[in-house]
Design a binder for this molecule. Structure first.
Ligand SMILES: [Zn+2]
Length: 310
């Protein structure tokens, strides 16, 4: 497919091709000569890929707002999109638990890369304390997401060497924006006194956030939403909230609120606003981009935890 794209680009460059205009209705841009076709799993990865690809191709995302990647099953349409793409980028570390076999099979015929592959093992969390599974929620440490950005830049540059310079310069601009975002997070969290830096959320997605920005983090469910929280875990969370006088706990946009509501009722704590954890928000909302999502979460967390529990 990619060879076919290059042929078509050549025809366009020579001015010989009929209708060398892009066709926005056609998802499979690899065959329309519009550039590299990149398929990504989550909105967070799409944000990097769109910034790096720019006008050199098209990025398609499998999982939209509110979709839980831990439970996501590919549809027939997704299978077609996966077959048509030149490059597939996914998070890895078992985030897309139901897609592991699909990626394995696809990697025999095209470039399929986990963006988390650029993160050194000693910077990953999880492991023994989570049943041997590394924690996949690496995007909540903006510093680690910069390493994922490098993976995207390098993967695309190797795939289309002729566009490498553009990928690199757009990628560098994106990395600068991530640096600003990282600084924003550090500045804002400094408003929360140390004793109230306790973050209780629906599932255990915020450990990297906690390590990077100085919060103790407690997920009511584990690092995957596949298993529900047991009664003992619910009771532990209630005790913790009372002992530490936690001012608010947080539901998440891509996770059922049942467990967090139960803990809220049993502990008498206020439910804070919904955080965006494993999926971006609506494209036209405040969490429609990766940077928007991180800023939105940090702002909500700071506002809810800054003042003591009444
Ligand atoms: Zn998760």
């Amino acid at each position: 497919m990619f060879r076919r794209m290059r042929w078509w680009m050549m025809v366009c460059l020579l001015g010989m091709g009929p209708g060398c205009r892009p066709d926005p209705a056609n998802e499979n841009l690899a065959t329309t000569g519009e550039g590299i076709s990149v398929l990504v799993t989550t909105g967070m990865i799409a944000d990097i890929a769109q910034a790096v690809v720019g006008d050199a191709g098209q990025v398609t995302v499998l999982m939209g707002p509110g979709v839980d990647p831990h439970l996501y099953q590919p549809t027939t349409r997704d299978q077609r999109r996966l077959r048509q793409a030149d490059v597939v980028l996914y998070n890895g570390l078992h985030l897309e638990g139901k897609l592991v076999d699909v990626f394995e099979a696809l990697s025999r015929e095209k470039t399929v890369v986990a963006v988390s592959a650029g993160i050194p093992a000693d910077r990953l969390l999880g492991g023994a304390e989570s049943g041997g599974q590394p924690d996949p929620h690496v995007w909540f440490d903006v510093g680690l997401w910069k390493l994922a950005t490098e993976v995207v830049i390098n993967t695309l540059a190797a795939e289309v060497p002729g566009e490498a310079k553009g990928f690199r310069s757009r990628g560098d601009r994106y990395l600068e924006e991530l640096e600003i975002l990282d600084q924003y997070c550090r500045t804002r969290v400094a408003e929360v006194p140390a004793e109230r830096r306790v973050l209780v959320t629906s599932h255990d997605a915020f450990q990297y956030f906690g390590r990077a920005y100085g919060f103790e983090v407690f997920g009511i469910q584990g690092i995957s939403t596949e298993s529900e929280a047991g009664l003992r875990r619910l009771a532990e969370c209630v005790d913790l909230i009372r002992e530490r006088k936690v001012p608010a706990i947080f539901p998440e946009s891509s996770v059922s609120p049942a467990a967090v509501q139960r803990v809220g009722q049993d502990s008498g704590v206020r439910l804070g606003p919904e955080l965006y954890s494993d999926a971006l928000g609506a494209a036209d909302g405040p969490a429609g981009t990766y940077r928007g999502m991180i800023r939105h979460n940090v702002d909500l967390i700071v506002e809810a935890l800054r003042e003591p529990r009444l």
